[in-house]
Design a protein around this ligand. Structure first.
Ligand SMILES: Cc1ncc(COP(=O)(O)O)c(C=O)c1O
Length: 385
């Protein structure tokens, strides 16, 4: 029995000890100094001016989509069919129109030509998801969006530490979002961040995080946005949320970030080992791995071989290797009712590569202490099918 889960040991004893120590020595646990410290540390690690810690990656998506609507207006936002529901749900709930472009099979992220073909005068932004640890950017995409004055928003919830041309993803867009859910590269139990270099975007994100209140902003914005009709302490400038996290999550984050780079190196090693040993006649192995940090071992069956895919599913169940079909988010998100219900004109079948991943793709876990012999055994079992 090969037997391994999607994620293992992502919260260690040392994180719990740090938390217990904090609990014993503090008496206020709502957002405060530790959250600020974590935000500063994350900005330093990533290389952005500002970081806003929130209670999930989805909340980060929501805030980003709402700040986009508030500051740049509502319009079409190009989204990926492979990724997670909340990137698209946030776009819809903020009043934008999602426009799906297909992904490519090299890094499972948005295909640059597909994106460019979907641009119209109404396009406000491209909300690009870096899928399962890959760098989803291309120079062509970056240059074209810049030339056309279209904003790039990066969903990096699955790709902490991945790089494009040696620079961390999450530093290219107007804003970027990360998740610290248990199954990701690092965890704060639940949690996420919005990162940006843009002062105005940041000040608005702060308001959206905390009820829409201007008292979250710096003095310049507080003065600028004060209404004569309301008290300064209770001026609700935008229709905001409460998406704050707690000091407890920040304490775990501060401990976790110390291990992130080392853990990512192990993940890279695991993924390389897996791709080297997997049979390239049967499965996709030619991924674009430059700059990637995958927290998953991706398996896509070649040649539309449904029988082989079924055998893979059976053997993973028999061997107790936990897996997710269709990659994170369950494959082609354009198939989901929450899209079809509101945008019946969207035809998921036109997204050919997303459909292929939906039908023939899945992933298993890749965590730092995954044993090499388990990876090699997995390849052996899969290659024998
Ligand atoms: C691409 C992507 N975006 C957003 C999210 C949402 O993050 P969270 O689970 O922290 O809400 C996920 C979730 O795992 C994700 O994979």
């Amino acid at each position: 029995m090969i037997d391994f889960p999607l994620m293992h040991n992502n919260i260690l004893r040392e994180d719990v000890d740090a938390l217990v120590n904090f609990l014993k020595t503090s008496d206020r646990f709502t957002q405060g100094g530790k959250v600020q410290e974590f935000e500063k540390t994350w900005s330093g690690w990533l290389g952005t001016k500002y970081t806003l810690f929130v209670n999930s990656g989805s909340s980060a998506n929501y805030i980003t989509a709402h700040v986009l609507a508030e500051l740049y207006g509502k319009g079409e936002v190009i989204v990926a069919p492979i990724g997670w529901s909340s990137t698209i749900a946030a776009v819809i709930n903020a009043g934008h129109t999602p426009v799906f472009a297909d992904v490519n099979l090299k890094n499972l992220s948005l295909d640059d030509d597909a994106v460019l073909s979907k641009i119209t005068p109404k396009t406000k932004a491209v909300f690009l998801t870096h899928v399962l640890g890959f760098d989803g950017l291309t120079d062509k995409l970056l240059e074209t969006l810049k030339a056309k004055n279209i904003l790039l928003l990066e969903d990096c919830c699955e790709s902490h530490g991945a790089t494009h041309n040696g620079k961390k993803i999450g530093t290219f867009g107007k804003a970027s979002n990360f998740s610290f859910y248990y199954a990701h590269h690092m965890s704060t139990i639940e949690g996420g961040v919005v990162c940006t270099d843009d002062e105005e975007f940041y000040q608005y994100a702060r308001m959206f995080r905390s009820h829409g209140m201007i008292r979250e902003c710096n003095e310049e914005y507080r003065t600028k946005l004060q209404s004569p009709d309301t008290y300064p302490e209770f001026t609700f400038h935008v229709a905001g949320f409460n998406m704050r996290s707690t000091e407890l999550n920040a304490v775990i984050g501060l401990n976790q970030i110390k291990r992130l780079d080392e853990n990512n190196d192990k993940r890279k090693h695991n993924f390389d080992l897996y791709l080297k040993n997997l049979d390239g006649e049967k499965y996709f192995v030619d991924f674009d791995t430059v700059g990637s940090v995958n927290y998953a071992l991706i398996l896509i069956v070649k040649n539309s071989d449904k029988k082989l895919y079924e055998k893979v599913v059976n053997v993973l169940n028999e061997e107790k290797v936990e897996f997710r079909r269709g990659t994170a988010g369950g494959g082609n998100l354009a198939r989901q009712r929450f899209i079809k219900n509101v945008f019946p004109e969207i035809n998921p079948q036109t997204l050919k590569n997303a459909e292929y991943i939906h039908e023939f793709g899945l992933y298993v876990g890749n965590y730092p202490d995954l044993d090499e012999y388990k990876i090699l055994n997995l390849c052996k079992v899969l290659n024998a099918l």
